[in-house]
Design a protein around this ligand. Structure first.
Ligand code: GMT
Length: 376
């Protein structure tokens, strides 16, 4: 059955926006009609799809408002689009404010439209502890028809923290394998960045928020570089970037750390990398780990949140304790200095992603959720 689905996400923010947009695109390719109801065009939308529509949420800032009422404008837009387009489902990414807005839209419509809420992490692991928001988050989750979480750990954390009545269904994230695969552009691109043939390339991609512990990434790199000729690529922008620059200067690593800013075609960049580091203190999944592994890049991640559900320790990379940069360096050196081992990890990373996080498998899981709602 072909469905009409409204999708709301933070269109320009990190992994959740990517997953929401990619899911919308793949659902559209299966013939469903997709309506993005967001504050701006999702940045990964890319090519034209005849059955994907974008409805911009516009917020008027009247002088009586101290703060522009985005949440109310979103709820109104959801209700307007759902009514006009006869939507079957509103699929929202993040409980606050999106799930709450969807509940409000549903009440405005007095309609049987179904709400699917996907939890991505920071709505629970950060905002869930805020007493001014926790009851609202619980409300959004409990009033949704189906709630999914991007990892088992996030499901558990949410249930424990907010005493949730609704069932939460874990559905892992995925990558589009048509975008994330290893290219043979190694030498050209490496040259462009001034990377010598005998150097290894280590990469970190994030939004440089404090939870990403960027200092640990740089400290680990400084230790690795003592043993192995290497470069560190730092990709992304965010509040800790200045701290990162200062630290690089202080450790005199300027020649070996490349700040590449925000990048679109990370699949190509991963293709010149030998190792990816994600040393966060909070991470409900770690989508960048999947993206790296799909491109044959082994990963080292911290043993927290959903990361152990993504990395197979000792096979596709390593799990390390938060803050233990010596352990990171030791594991990285053992991997980067052993050609056969690295090749084995790299191969296993690709097959692990293909077998467990294939887009078809994950999109099927979401489609089953949608179908169960419209049939029931
Ligand atoms: O990590 C962030 O700060 C961005 C955030 C987002 O909205 O994309 O990421 C969360 O959702 C991603 C997609 O499901 C997950 O891969 C990230 O692990 C999760 N971030 C955290 O839990 C800190």
């Amino acid at each position: 059955m072909k469905l009409k689905i409204g999708i709301t996400c933070y269109p320009t923010v990190g992994g959740s926006g990517v997953v929401a947009t990619e899911l919308g695109k793949l659902m559209a390719e299966r013939g469903h009609e997709i309506h993005f109801i967001t504050s701006s065009m999702p940045f990964r939308l890319g090519k034209f799809y005849p059955n994907i529509f974008f409805h911009e949420v516009e917020v008027n800032n009247y002088s009586v408002f101290k703060y522009p009422p985005y949440d109310l404008a979103l709820a109104s837009k959801m209700a307007e689009v759902a009514k006009r387009e006869n939507l079957d489902i509103l699929h929202v990414h993040y409980a606050v404010p999106h799930a709450v807005c969807a509940v409000l839209a549903k009440q405005m419509l007095d309609d049987n439209i179904k709400i699917v809420t996907t939890l991505h992490g920071t709505d629970i692991t950060v905002l869930g502890y805020d007493p001014s928001l926790s009851a609202m988050i619980k409300f959004g989750i409990d009033k949704s028809d189906v709630v999914t979480a991007v990892s088992h750990q996030l499901k558990e954390d949410t249930e424990k923290l907010l005493n949730i009545q609704n069932e939460i269904k874990p559905i892992h994230n995925f990558v589009d394998e048509r975008v994330y695969y290893r290219r043979d552009n190694d030498r050209e691109l490496r040259k462009t960045y001034g990377i010598n043939d005998d150097e290894k390339v280590i990469v970190h991609i994030s939004n440089f928020r404090p939870v990403k512990r960027i200092q640990d990434v740089i400290e680990s790199f400084a230790l690795i570089r003592k043993e192995i000729k290497s470069k560190l690529l730092l990709i992304g922008n965010g509040p800790e970037l200045t701290v990162a620059c200062e630290m690089v200067n202080k450790l005199q690593l300027e020649d070996d750390v490349l700040f590449l800013g925000k990048q679109e075609n990370v699949g190509e960049l991963f293709s010149i990398c030998d190792l990816k580091l994600l040393l966060s203190e909070k991470e409900s999944f770690g989508l960048v780990l999947l993206e790296a592994m799909a491109c044959g890049v082994p990963v080292i991640g911290t043993n927290i949140g959903g990361i152990p559900e993504v990395i197979v320790d000792g096979e596709t990379g390593y799990l390390v304790e938060v803050g233990n940069t010596e352990e990171v360096a030791e594991k990285a050196v053992s991997l980067l200095s052993d050609f056969e081992k690295h090749k084995r990890f790299s191969k296993k990373a690709v097959t692990h992603v293909r077998e467990n996080f294939h887009s078809e498998k994950i999109v099927n899981a979401y489609e089953d959720v949608y179908n169960s709602l419209v049939k029931g």
